[in-house]
Design a protein around this ligand. Structure first.
Ligand code: SF4
Ligand code: SF4
Length: 161
């Protein structure tokens, strides 16, 4: 049995990582430009102030967006529920980890969905192999990021000592 993380977005337990981390390009999906790393002007705390009217204001892209559960995983698992709102120095690492975890979560979600219909034995074996590999990477990636941050911090202390 492969242990998978939650693969559905849980915005209530996330620090709005998509709304701060992503680039928005004005066009068919978004009504304004926003740079990555800049909080969306519609964000209030961690909540979208126009959540009920996203389509009407031209932000269909926000409705379509799905982080596959990576946002709350980074916020809760890697940062213990802390937020860049309270400590802006966390923002680069939060965005970095979100960018690393999101593709893994998306792949796990696709692979899980692919298993909902019967597959030939060779495809099913490969599906399970890939799922297992993604799950291991998912487990290792935040731990590696934490080790990396600890190393950088120790290195900075070493250079200032
Ligand atoms: S990153 Fe995911 S969980 Fe967080 S606010 Fe965006 S969609 Fe919701
Ligand atoms: S409009 Fe709302 S959902 Fe879209 S990025 Fe801004 S705060 Fe997030």
């Amino acid at each position: 049995m492969i242990h998978l993380p939650e693969l559905t977005s849980d915005c209530a337990n996330c620090a709005a990582l998509c709304c701060v981390g992503l680039t928005l390009d004005k066009g068919a999906l978004f009504s304004f430009d926003k740079a990555a790393g800049t909080p969306c002007p519609n964000l209030r705390g961690h909540l979208c102030s126009c959540h009920e009217t996203l389509e009407e204001i031209g932000n269909r892209g926000c409705v379509l967006y799905d982080c596959a559960g990576a946002g709350q995983r980074v916020t809760q698992m890697r940062f213990n529920g802390e937020s860049w709102r309270d400590d802006p120095t966390l923002l680069p690492a939060m965005i970095r980890d979100f960018e690393q975890l999101k593709p893994l979560h998306e792949r796990m979600k696709q692979l899980r969905e692919a298993g909902q219909v019967p597959l030939p034995a060779d495809l099913e074996t490969e599906r399970q192999r890939l799922l297992s590999k993604c799950a291991r990477l998912w487990a290792d990636t935040p731990a590696l990021a934490a080790d990396y941050d600890r190393f950088l911090s120790a290195l900075a202390q070493h250079h200032t000592a």
